[in-house]
Design a protein around this ligand. Structure first.
Ligand code: G6P
Length: 368
């Protein structure tokens, strides 16, 4: 890999733009494209059919990839998943099932808390599967299986392409486990795999929304607080969107499950706080619409990231809409990550911030 910015202003921009390619490459590594089936590039040293529970731990953006995987593993593989941030997991003396599986997610493979969680789980007799970007890393070496993300080197401190590649690998694992557990019929696997195969093309379409997102940045840059809402698999992406924005623009941002709005953040809604709603056309979309109506009724400013069908909803006045190409919803987070990253990126660039080297943050946190 040649490490330069190409014709981009920042590594972060380059890495956002690279995603259709690196996610495509990663998917090709885990799928048998012609058969339309999942094909893991390694033997699993355990039988997924025997798992009674999976534990996931990670930090930062990798944690939000893991949180998305919880939804996929529970839905497609019908296995209960417990997930925690590594800094909490490592000290809480969690009881783990005999012969259970721990999945750790880490771009660098060197994050101290994630590594400590891995070692704890190993002592407790868990199988360790890591989703890592650096094949020579400590976490990769100490795992029973290292499932590689083929993102290439990620230089921007705020993770982008590693995140979407982690999602791609985790989606494939969820389908592989579903098949091994006998809960994912072949036709359903093929339908889902063909949806995954379409993801890189949809990400390329999403990148084309950039000029529109750039125009929105000036208005977002004036905010002191931003609320991100999402439901289902859009909830982890709401958390990731808020993290991205605060990391590089220093605007305070919070991600919330849309259904929790009424239990707190609704008190904050006014005409000054933008509310970014991530709402692909999925099974919980109508529920999110009612949350948007609650925001709208209180004079809130809504920026909607959704497919065009949702944007046409006349009962809500949106401040801005990032209209996405309609797609089946299962893997929408991989595609919707692109506008979410671009919103943070352009807001920070508009404010003149150093997006590749944000203050006080490190690319890899190898001390506690
Ligand atoms: C740091 C980085 C984040 C990253 C997190 C976990 O906080 O700034 O971008 O998500 O560490 O890193 P890892 O290498 O374990 O994925």
């Amino acid at each position: 890999f040649l490490i330069d910015k190409g014709n981009h202003r920042h590594f972060m921009a380059k890495e956002i733009h690279e995603q259709p390619e690196v996610v495509g490459r990663t998917l090709a590594h885990y799928l048998d494209m012609s058969a339309g089936r999942v094909r893991l590039p390694f033997e699993l040293p355990f039988d997924p059919a025997e798992l009674t529970r999976i534990t996931i731990t990670a930090c930062g953006t990798a944690y939000y990839a893991g949180l998305t995987a919880k939804y996929w593993l529970e839905k497609f593989a019908r296995v209960p998943v417990e997930i925690d941030v590594a800094s909490e997991f490592r000290y809480r003396e969690a009881p783990l099932p005999k012969g259970g599986l721990m999945i750790v997610v880490s771009q660098s493979g060197e994050t101290a808390d994630t590594l400590a969680s891995l070692r704890y789980a190993k002592e407790q007799g868990q199988h360790i599967l890591s989703v890592v970007n650096v094949p020579t890393s400590t976490i990769a070496r100490e795992s029973d299986v290292a499932a590689l993300t083929l993102a290439g080197p990620e230089i921007g401190v705020a993770s982008t392409k590693a995140f979407t590649c982690q999602l791609a690998v985790l989606a494939c694992l969820a389908l592989a486990f579903g098949r091994a557990r006998g809960v994912l019929p072949e036709a359903e696997e093929q339908r889902l795999v063909s949806n995954l195969i379409n993801v890189p093309g949809l990400m390329a379409e999403a990148v084309k929304r950039e000029p529109h997102i750039e125009q929105m940045a000036g208005s977002l840059a004036k905010a002191t607080d931003v609320l991100y809402l999402g439901r289902g698999t859009s909830f982890p992406l709401a958390l990731e969107g808020a993290l991205k924005l605060k990391e590089i623009s220093y605007i305070h941002a919070e991600g919330y499950a849309a259904g929790e709005l009424k239990h707190g953040p609704i008190a904050l809604i006014d005409e000054s706080m933008p509310v970014i709603v991530i709402a692909p056309h999925d099974a919980v979309y109508e529920k999110t619409v009612s949350n948007m109506q609650e925001v709208s009724a209180r004079g809130g400013r809504i920026i909607l990231v959704a497919d065009q069908r949702s944007a046409d909803d006349a009962s809500i006045a949106f401040e801005a809409v990032v209209a996405m190409t309609p797609m089946p919803s299962e893997f929408a987070p991989i595609v919707y990550a692109v506008p979410v990253q671009l919103i943070a990126y352009h807001t920070a660039v508009f404010m003149g911030k150093d997006v590749d080297q944000p203050r006080n943050l490190a690319k890899s946190v190898t001390v506690e």
